[in-house]
Design a protein around this ligand. Sequence first.
Ligand SMILES: [Zn+2]
Ligand SMILES: [Zn+2]
Length: 436
Amino acid sequence: MATEYSQSANQKAVRWHPPSYDIRVESVPIPKIQNPDDAIVKVTLAALCGSDLHIYRGHGGVDKVHTCGHEFIGEVVALGSSYGRDVKGRPALYSHLNIGDKVVSPFTVNCGECHVCRLGYTGRCPEGFLFGSPALDGGQAQYVRVPKAGGTLFNLSDSSTWSSALNEEEKRKALTDIADSSLLMLADILPTGVFAALQALNHPKVAPVITGKAWPICFSPDQVSGNEVSLIDEDKIITVAIVGLGPVGVCAAVSLLDALATRKAPFRIIAIDPLETRREKMKAVYNAISDSGKGNGEFIVQSIEESKEAVKKWTGGVGATAVLEVVGNTSALTLAYDLVRAFGVIVSVGVHGEPQMPFTGRQLYNKNVSLDFGRCPARAMFPLAFDLLVKRQDVFGGVGQPESLVDRVVDFSQATESYRAFDKGEIGKVIFDPWK
Ligand SMILES: [Zn+2]
Ligand SMILES: [Zn+2]
């Protein structure tokens, strides 16, 4: 049953004003269809995210008032003329999207039909925009306009539109059972966490440890090693440091644990944050994960000071095989460089600002460090993230519990205060209900 939607009325929206720290809830016009590929989504829940704080603090180089937010879930209430079974020349996803469908959006627009999208690099579609930016109003509103909606939105009402390791019945059951506050994690934090973990595990620098074969034989599955030095058990233990335990860092840890448990790979993981509240959250999450999701390895949570000593001790001074940098500033990158081994990889999914990198080309050369930077292609990551969301409801299911990633659900009257408190680290992840 589709919701009534009127383009002529006003709506409530959370708006950012320049130059910084100025969030207002305002009455603005409900968005209209502007292009044939557009959809209008009635937002049922929208989340506040760490990367919203870059603009909030005035670090984004932004000077235009706009509606905030890039994480939202809702219902399609209007579609442009590109949609429908009879429309020719549009990709299949456009014919599957209907008014009344429940959808969750990745944090960027992606067309779903260009070379970049076909390769799965959806976060960098040439037609893409970031929601909640001057270029595109965000989802912390009662309604949001979604350009290229057929390529962008995940259609939760039609489980045939994405692949999954789950069978159709399991998928359908998950979609009925899982709360919207949990499904909303698919907009950004869970795919980004999964992305960080997989970028590290699939990186060529990690291959000797994962395959148990020395470089470069590790890339030739058919080549049997001859007189090369064989790896001993100790060499096959992957050591990963996670720098930054906000919601994305926690999602990365959960994803990494799951991937290593599935592969039955031995590991040592150190999760690092300077804030005790975040370290306590990470510990509570780890404790909530069932044994099958924890795999065969050590997992410790430490402060910055403790972490260097721990990695040194674990690895005989060599360093971590991979470091996931989930903060996006120079001190996090400096720590990542200090922790990573020679021939290691730093995977950085934090949003970085203008400062220069805190290491020189010579430092990278001298350690043979690989840097893997950038935005998660959330649309492409959706199937993997969805399956993990279903599997890890012990962590991702609740709100306000010690192990929950979502701290609270509030109405828009608390938006300004929520930004302030979230920025100060006084509260965890907040979700807005625009209709409360
Ligand atoms: Zn986000
Ligand atoms: Zn594209």
